[in-house]
Write a new protein. Structure first.
Length: 88
């Protein structure tokens, strides 16, 4: 991150989950998302969580949808911190 740059931090915790169950954080960004933003996720110890891209849907308006690349962060840990930054 660049000091003074616009960014969002999203922190997710899941409690009381049986061991061995994956936690998934799923994003459905608009098609041009990666032209303007970066997205990264981390474990509680700041270790990077890699993501996979799958086919998904984006809806910019109620009742309409268009195909997009769905971004999925997966971990067996119970915490994910996601940072979305505006590219400068």
């Amino acid at each position: 991150m660049v000091k003074g740059a616009f960014h969002w931090i999203v922190e997710d915790w899941i409690e009381n989950v049986p061991e061995g169950i994956l936690m998934h954080q799923i994003w459905h960004p608009y098609p041009a998302f990666f032209e303007k933003f970066t997205i990264n996720a981390f474990h509680e110890n700041e270790k990077v969580i890699s993501f996979s891209k799958t086919e998904g849907w984006y809806s910019g308006t109620y009742g309409e949808k268009e195909p997009t690349q769905r971004i999925v962060f997966s971990t067996q840990e119970r915490y994910i911190k996601t940072i979305i930054c505006l590219k400068i």
